[in-house]
Design a protein around this ligand. Structure first.
Ligand SMILES: Nc1ncnc2c1ncn2[C@@H]1O[C@H](COP(=O)(O)OP(=O)(O)OP(=O)(O)O)[C@@H](O)[C@H]1O
Ligand SMILES: [Mg+2]
Length: 250
């Protein structure tokens, strides 16, 4: 099952959610592959990969390297990764002239060894060709939504893009769920966003809400998912719970 974690809005918790959900599923015994499709390479660095000459998703997307040759093991058993690098940004200028430019990632993922139960794609904060490649390659989409002002702004454009991708490229793309992130119980707006999202998307929103939690922000600088860095903190407990919901939704 291939999940894309996408929202063109920046800083809403895509990377944090991708890394931690992938790690939780790996901890539960499933084999998981994380594909970092963002030139910012935050998922890569958050798992301790900070450059170093190994093949990256840029080699796969731009130069046709078989994806399996770019897979590396992480420190988490069962969790593998295809890392990213800033060069991937040139996809924006290099891909548009190519044939099947929306399907490059989908075709590359066809080469993935079949023993991965889950593939998670961390998307860049855009609706450009890279994001469209992720939506074209994915079976399901997870949309992180930050519990902040303007959270719903842009969601209708994202929904329009999903509709267009379904019509033209990937009729089977399903919406796995909306994941509310960075909930701050002290602010009223945070609760208001939860109410609003549940009203607009009663079935799609996960029951679990990710709290604003300082351990979540600290973990990446140690190259660890929060569930390793501080397994008992509220952030870890929330990601463990949402990973269970994802499995339960199938
Ligand atoms: N639950 C949380 N509690 C506190 N801080 C969080 C939480 N989730 C994410 N953050 C912090 O918010 C910032 C943005 O998170 P993240 O990088 O996951 O968002 P993103 O959507 O991937 O961003 P981008 O659009 O740039 O890729 C990061 O500094 C991260 O550590
Ligand atoms: Mg990110």
């Amino acid at each position: 099952m291939i999940y894309a974690v996408a929202n063109q809005k920046g800083g809403v918790g895509k990377t944090t959610s991708t890394v931690n959900i992938a790690a939780c599923l790996a901890d539960s015994g499933a084999r998981v592959l994380l594909v970092d499709l963002d030139p910012q390479a935050n998922a890569s660095s958050g798992l301790g990969f900070r450059g170093g000459g190994a093949p990256t998703i840029a080699d796969v997307i731009l130069d046709g390297l078989p994806l399996r040759e770019a897979i590396q093991h992480t420190a988490i058993p069962n969790l593998d990764i295809v890392v990213s690098e800033p060069d991937l940004a040139s996809a924006a200028v290099e891909l548009p002239g190519r044939e099947h430019r929306e399907r490059i990632l989908a075709e590359a993922l066809a080469d993935v060894p079949p023993d991965y139960a889950y593939v998670f794609i961390d998307c860049p904060p855009s609706l450009d060709l890279l994001a469209v490649n992720a939506l074209t390659a994915a079976d399901r989409l997870i949309i992180p939504v930050q519990c902040e002002y303007f959270a719903l702004e842009g969601l209708s454009r994202l929904m329009d893009t999903i509709t267009a991708v379904r019509a033209r490229l990937n009729p089977d793309l399903g919406l796995a769920g909306l994941l509310l992130t960075m909930h701050d119980t002290r602010t009223r707006v945070s609760g208001d966003v939860i109410t609003e999202v549940r009203r607009h998307f009663p079935d799609a929103a996960y029951a679990t809400v990710i709290p604003r939690n300082v351990r979540i922000t600290e973990a990446p600088s140690y190259g660890e998912p929060v569930t390793r860095y501080d397994p008992s903190c509220a952030g870890s407990q929330a990601y463990i719970a949402v990973a269970k919901e994802i499995v339960a939704r199938g």
